[in-house]
Design a protein around this ligand. Structure first.
Ligand code: GLN
Length: 534
C-alpha cells in the first residue's frame, strides 16, 4: 500500500519546505523506495503560468507541458525523475473541477460546499499519484503557512486522510522557524509552539517537527519542544542553515529524519540509504579546482528565484567541470552603448535569459552584438535565442527593422512572429507552446557534438517562433539553424559556425538539468568559458 507524508509549514514562509520535502524524498529514494512528490498551492490561479516571476519566482515546466511551481524543479533535480501535471495542484484547479462538475449536474439537488465537496476533491488529488500503485511513498508539500485562511481546506483534507488511512500510512512533517534573538542571545521556541497549537486546533498532531535554525538546537531545547508539542525528542529535527541546498539531504540523514519517517510508517526494514553519487557531487561542489564568471543578462534579477533552474543548471555544470561558477547578474535595462564594454568585459561568457514583453529587450540585443563581435561564448535561451536572431538580422543581414512581433507588432520584418495556431489563441492561461517537443540536430553542428545524438527532446514555454521566411537570408549570412522540429519544421536552435561558441535555443534546457544528469549544453558552455576564463 502507498504511504503518504505531508509537509506543512509554520511561523513564516520561505523556510525551504520544498527543499525539505525534496530531501526527504531523496533519502527515501536512496533507501530503495519508489517515491514521488507533489505540491498543493493555496492560490486561486489555475496554474502559476500567469503569475509574475517577481512575486512567485520561476514558472517550471514539466515534460507533459504543465506550468508549475518552482519547487517541482527541485523535486526533479534531487530525484532525477520527471514530474507531471498531476504533481502540482492549486486551489484554482480544485475549484475549477468542482464548479465544472456542478455545472454538469454532478451534484444535482445538493448545496455545493467547501466541506465536503472541495475537501473531497483535494483528497482525490492527494491520492491520485499514489493510486497508480507505482509509488511506495508519496510526499505532499502544502504551500503557504499553517494558519492562513486559504490553507484551511488542505489541513482539513489531511486530517480526514489521516483518519481514513490510519497513522501508519499517513504522517505529517511540520517545518517551522526557531528564531534567534541576538539581544537575548537565545533561540526562541514560542512561535513554533503556537504554530503547532494552530495545527492541533485543526485536528492535526504533527508526527515530526523540522526546525529551521541558525544555531544548533540544544538537547534542552529539543526536550522543551518535545514536551510542549507532544513529540518524542527524536521527532524534533534540527535543520541548520546549509552551505548549499544540496547539503540538506545529508544534514537530514545525520538527524535521522528518514529513519524516523520510515519507523512511523512501519517501513523500517529497508536498506541503509545509498548516497554515493550524491556525496561525490557534494565533494566536487565544495572543492572546485577552477572558478569562472558568467553573466546572466535578464530583467528579473533582483530575485534569484526568477531564474532558479538556470542558476541550478550552472551549479551542476560547474561541478561537472570541477569549477565554481559565479553568476554575475546584468540588468538588460541598464545596458547602453556607453557602459556595455565595462559591464561585459570581465565575463568569460554570457547567457541571455528567457523573458516576456518589451522591457529590457534592446539591452539584450546590444549584449548579444557585443559577444558576437568579441567572440565571447554565448548561450541564448528562448527569448535569448529570439534576440540573437533579431540582432543578427539587423546587424549582419542588414534588415534594420527586424523585430519580434511581441515587441513591435507593426514591424515590416517580423523575423520572430506568431504561427497561425497562436494567432487564434484567445485565453492567455496555459496556451503557450508548452512541454516536450522533438528536435532534430544538424549533423556536424556544434550542438550535435554536444548532445552526441541527432534526435533530442526539450521543453518549451513560449508563444513566438522563428519565422522561416527569413531562414535562407540568415543562413546565407552565416547563422545556421541547427535544430529543427521534425514535425513542424520550426527552428529550435541556431548557431554561428564562425564564432567559437554561440548557441541560441528556443527551448529551455535548464528545466532538464539534474544533479545526476547535468545538462550537456550548460556543461559544454561552462567548459568553453573556462578555456580563457576571466
Ligand atoms: N516572450 C517569448 C515568447 O513568448 C519568449 C518566452 C520565453 O523566453 N520563455 O515567445
Amino acid at each position: 500500500m502507498t504511504k503518504y507524508v505531508f509537509v506543512t509549514g509554520g511561523v513564516t514562509s520561505s523556510l525551504g519546505k520544498g527543499i525539505i520535502a525534496a530531501s526527504i524524498a531523496k533519502l527515501l529514494q536512496a533507501r530503495g523506495f519508489s517515491t514521488t512528490i507533489q505540491k498543493f498551492d493555496p492560490y486561486i490561479n489555475v496554474d502559476p503560468g500567469t503569475l509574475n516571476p517577481y512575486e512567485h519566482g520561476e514558472c517550471y515546466v514539466t515534460e507533459d507541458g504543465a506550468e508549475t511551481d518552482l519547487d517541482l524543479g527541485h523535486y526533479e533535480r534531487f530525484l532525477n525523475v520527471p514530474t507531471s501535471q498531476a504533481n502540482n495542484v492549486t486551489t484554482g484547479r480544485i475549484y475549477q473541477t468542482v464548479i465544472n462538475k456542478e455545472r454538469a449536474g454532478a451534484y444535482l439537488g445538493k448545496t455545493v460546499q467547501i466541506i465536503p465537496h472541495i475537501t473531497d476533491e483535494i483528497k482525490r488529488r492527494m491520492l491520485l499519484l499514489g493510486s497508480s500503485g507505482e509509488y511506495d511513498i508519496v510526499i505532499t508539500e502544502i504551500g503557504g503557512t499553517v494558519g492562513d485562511i486559504e490553507s484551511l481546506p488542505y489541513i482539513e483534507a489531511i486530517r480526514q486522510l489521516r483518519w481514513e488511512l490510519g497513522a501508519d500510512n499517513c504522517i505529517t512533517v511540520h517545518l517551522t522557524l526557531i528564531p534567534f534573538l541576538s539581544a537575548a542571545g537565545e533561540l526562541k521556541t514560542k512561535p513554533t509552539q503556537h504554530s503547532v497549537k494552530e495545527l492541533l486546533s485543526a485536528g492535526i498532531q504533527p508526527d515530526i517537527l523540522v526546525c529551521r535554525t541558525e544555531h544548533p538546537l540544544s538537547m534542552a531545547l529539543r526536550r522543551k519542544l518535545s514536551l510542549f508539542c507532544n513529540l518524542a525528542t527524536n521527532a524534533v529535527i534540527e535543520a541548520r542553515d546549509a552551505y548549499s541546498i544540496y547539503d540538506v539531504p545529508i544534514l537530514m540523514l545525520k538527524e535521522k529524519l528518514d529513519l524516523t519517517i520510515i519507523t512511523k510508517l512501519r517501513l523500517a526494514d529497508r536498506k541503509e540509504p545509498d548516497l554515493t553519487k550524491w556525496k561525490k557531487f557534494l565533494g566536487k561542489l565544495k572543492n572546485p579546482v577552477h572558478e569562472v564568471r558568467i553573466g546572466l543578462v535578464g530583467k528579473y534579477l533582483e530575485l534569484q528565484d526568477a531564474y532558479k533552474s538556470i542558476y541550478e543548471a550552472l551549479v551542476h555544470a560547474g561541478v561537472s567541470n570541477e569549477c565554481k561558477v559565479e553568476v554575475v547578474p546584468v540588468h538588460s535595462e541598464d545596458i547602453n552603448a556607453d557602459n556595455i564594454e565595462r559591464k561585459l568585459m570581465n565575463l568569460a561568457g554570457i547567457i541571455v535569459a528567457p523573458g516576456f514583453g518589451e522591457r529590457g529587450i534592446e539591452g539584450k540585443i546590444k549584449a548579444i552584438q557585443y559577444v558576437r563581435e568579441h567572440n565571447i561564448p554565448f548561450l541564448g535561451i528562448c527569448l535569448g535565442m529570439q534576440c540573437a536572431v533579431v540582432e543578427f538580422a539587423r546587424n549582419v543581414v542588414g534588415l534594420s527593422d527586424a523585430a519580434s512581433t511581441e515587441m513591435n507588432p507593426d514591424t515590416a520584418t517580423p523575423i520572430i512572429a506568431l504561427m497561425q495556431d497562436q494567432k487564434e489563441v484567445q485565453n492567455l492561461g496555459g496556451t503557450m507552446r508548452l512541454g516536450s517537443y522533438n528536435c532534430q540536430l544538424t549533423k556536424g553542428s556544434l550542438i550535435e557534438g554536444i548532445y552526441r545524438q541527432k534526435n533530442i527532446k526539450e521543453r518549451h514555454r513560449h508563444r513566438f517562433e522563428f519565422n522561416n521566411e527569413y531562414l535562407e537570408a540568415l543562413q546565407n549570412a552565416g547563422m545556421q539553424a541547427t535544430g529543427i522540429n521534425p514535425d513542424t519544421q520550426l527552428v529550435e536552435a541556431v548557431e554561428l559556425p564562425n564564432h567559437r561558441w554561440f548557441v541560441g535555443v528556443q527551448f529551455h534546457p535548464e528545466y532538464k538539468s539534474t544533479v545526476e544528469n547535468p545538462h550537456p549544453l550548460f556543461v559544454d558552455f561552462v567548459r568553453e568559458c573556462l578555456v580563457d576564463k576571466v
